[in-house]
Design a protein around this ligand. Structure first.
Ligand SMILES: Nc1nc2c(c(=O)[nH]1)N[C@H]1C(S)=C(S)[C@@H](COP(=O)(O)O)O[C@H]1N2
Ligand SMILES: [Mo]
Length: 313
């Protein structure tokens, strides 16, 4: 895993990847020794993740158990049920994988996923993640900052927005038969959001390749926005002069805005966004207070200075 980051402040608080790798080796060795050893290895793994600093962000939170993060997923192309999507997504075909880059860009083209990986630096980022349905988790992602890819394809001066599109595989995606959303799933970011150092293209999590249900082989992670902005299994990135419509924005414009910045002060029309249920916590654990920009305000609030975030929800 190559670690090179042009923003030192971002790397200093994430788990040291060398420590991470060493731990992984111990676990693999333990698994080789048999079941008893692997049980203690799993305990070991959990311990290593507990109460780590969350990205470039001082508070310590417990990392969500791997099993919870991979079994409670939103992937509507497969199912709107958070367990079924996990099982059904195993049929997703992810190899070979190509990403089409088009629109306002000097180097458009169909890029092999493997070639993209050769030109970026993967690192681990532990981010808090907040779903619009008011649950939250903390995930150690592996990925590269999106700006590394954007700089290589050279957007033109007219590029003000970036649109992302998820793969369509009707033969394995039963959810496409329902118009729960407008297919294919699309999302978008303003150019400065896309270029922000926190915006990650994830290719893995918990030091493993990205599970299919979590958006293999390549998904977006925008930690200060609600989960639906973090589009999975991306096959197209398009640079645009105008704001694109998005899957959620099209299906329910009054509920899901383009910006979707986590904001406890702006309720979803059907429920409050002030608190969140921590995924995996016991039922006796009180909900935690949601923070504006999901706690990443210091890093991102400047992107929205002068904008009325009640209007641009
Ligand atoms: N293509 C696609 N991407 C998607 C979704 C989806 O249904 N399809 N769901 C979104 C929503 S609502 C959330 S909360 C996150 C969930 O990510 P996770 O399942 O990895 O936790 O994925 C987002 N990305
Ligand atoms: Mo979500």
């Amino acid at each position: 895993m190559l670690i090179k980051n042009d923003d030192a402040s971002l790397t200093k608080e994430v788990t040291d990847p060398q420590v991470f790798k060493a731990r992984r080796k111990i676990i693999q060795a333990a698994i080789a020794l048999g079941a008893t050893a692997s049980v203690s290895a799993a305990a070991n793994e959990k311990k290593a993740y507990q109460h780590v600093p969350i990205g470039p962000y001082s508070k310590k939170l417990q990392v969500t158990d791997y099993e919870d993060a991979i079994n409670y997923t939103n992937f509507y192309e497969f199912s709107t049920n958070k367990k079924d999507s996990t099982v059904l997504a195993q049929a997703l075909k992810i190899s070979p994988w190509q990403v089409l880059i088009e629109g306002e860009v000097d180097k458009p083209g169909l890029y092999d996923f493997e070639d993209i990986l050769k030109k970026v630096n993967l690192e681990e980022r532990i981010y808090r993640f907040r779903c619009v349905e008011a649950w939250s988790m903390v995930v150690p992602w592996i990925g590269f900052p999106l700006h590394q890819l954007i700089k290589q394809v050279q957007p033109t001066s007219r590029a003000k927005f970036v649109e992302f599109t998820t793969v369509l595989q009707p033969d394995v995606m039963p959810g496409l038969r329902y118009s729960s959303l407008k297919w294919p799933y699309t999302e978008g970011l303003r150019m400065d959001e896309a270029m922000h150092p926190l915006t990650l293209m994830a290719t893995g999590m918990y030091d493993e390749k990205l599970p299919k249900q979590n958006g293999a082989p390549l998904r977006l992670v925008v930690p200060w926005k609600y989960g639906f902005k973090s589009i999975k299994s991306i096959i197209k990135i398009r640079f645009l002069e105008n704001m694109p419509s998005t899957a959620w924005n099209t299906s329910a414009p009054g509920e899901y805005g383009f910006y979707a910045n986590v904001n406890p002060a702006v309720p979803h029309p059907r429920w409050s966004q002030a608190r969140e249920r921590v995924l995996g916590a016991s039922i006796f654990t009180p909900k935690r207070k949601t923070e504006k920009f999901n706690g990443y305000g210091e890093q991102v609030a400047a992107l929205y200075s002068g904008m009325n975030l009640k209007k641009y929800y």
